[in-house]
Design a protein around this ligand. Structure first.
Ligand code: NAP
Length: 293
């Protein structure tokens, strides 16, 4: 199978380049080699590579910056996915795309299921929702995997930031009113590859029968505070920490340009039911990601 992987240097894309390799030939690309704001260059990719599967791990993920760059966020997150879906459909290629818990407003109070009403609070969430809608309108063989709080140790993420702060500050203030599912980029890419392996060798028809939006994130929920505490516990070099305590804070204590949903945990039961797979408990995944054992 010929796989076009877009966003190979991102947190998720870097892992996907490795986990997808056993499935076939992976053509990995990323900015600036490709620019998803350029419609024609997206279309050219299909002529040049004739992929059977497209995995789109690109995204404009700067949630706060998106508020002042809405056109770019919308082009990358909202319009490009529709062009990918259109081109994929024309050559009978399957499409895997990722979306976000930020399509929700966080007011539900319990974990969101796929059929819950969306209502993004900021430009990033709105642009990702536009991408979902563009793909679903076109149809074809696609999966949209909504995930949340993605981390890797390779690129700046909440995990690397907490480790950095723990070496600089005696007191860390962490919010207790933001709740979601910490998701290991490694585990997410692993589950993506395993689900695709189940559809071989007839990926297009197999995925078309199962197409839709699914929630796929680390099992269990956490507050930012709980997540930060677990990161510190799993620090492979605790002797480097200068932090003495982690104090509770509220989102309102740290004003940001973008408003974020407070409770955006995802219920991933549907994915497990349809594909027989899921991500492990977020604490287990974090420990495995940070441990040298
Ligand atoms: N990170 C999270 O907490 C989170 C939470 C929920 C959902 N998600 C979703 O999960 C998926 C993977 O996220 P991630 O954390 O792996 O993202 P990431 O690390 O920010 O990687 C995204 C990749 O897309 C590239 N990109 C940005 N603009 C581009 C453009 N115009 N043309 C081509 N490539 C471009 C980036 O390149 P540059 O680095 O050069 O910009 C980067 O390599 C995305 O769909 C995201 O929306 C992420």
């Amino acid at each position: 199978m010929r796989i076009l992987l877009l966003g190979k240097y991102g947190q998720l894309g870097w892992e996907l380049q490795r986990t997808l390799a056993p499935l076939g030939e992976v053509i990995g690309l990323d900015y600036p080699e490709i620019d998803l704001t350029q419609t024609q260059s997206i279309r050219n990719l299909f002529k040049e590579h004739r992929p059977q599967l497209i995995v789109n791990a690109t995204a404009y993920t700067a949630v706060d910056r998106a508020e002042s760059e809405p056109e770019i966020a919308l082009a990358v997150n909202g319009q490009a996915p529709g062009i990918l879906a259109e081109e994929a459909q024309q050559i009978k290629a399957a499409l895997i795309h990722y979306s976000t818990d930020y399509v929700f407003d966080g007011s539900k109070g319990s974990a969101y299921v796929e059929t819950d009403a969306t209502n993004p609070l900021g430009v990033y969430g709105s642009s990702k929702l536009a991408g979902e809608q563009a793909i679903t309108q076109i149809g074809g063989a696609y999966l949209i995997l909504r995930t949340s709080w993605v981390y890797s140790l390779r690129r700046p993420s909440f995990v690397t930031k907490v480790l950095e702060w723990s070496r600089q500050q005696p007191v860390l203030r962490m919010v207790t009113d933001q709740v979601a599912n910490p998701t290991s980029a490694r585990m997410l890419s692993e589950v993506t590859a395993q689900l695709l392996a189940r559809g071989l060798p007839i990926t297009f028809d197999w995925l078309k029968e199962r197409r839709g939006i699914y929630h796929l994130a680390g099992s269990g929920i956490a507050t930012r505070m709980e997540w930060a505490q677990a990161i510190l516990r799993n620090d492979p070099h605790p002797q480097e920490q200068v932090v003495q305590s982690v104090e509770p804070a509220l989102t309102a204590d740290f004003p940001t340009p973008a408003q974020r949903p407070l409770f955006s945990a995802l219920n991933c039961d549907l994915f497990r039911q349809i594909f027989g797979l899921g991500l492990p408990d977020w604490r287990t995944a974090l420990q495995l990601s940070m441990s040298a054992d």
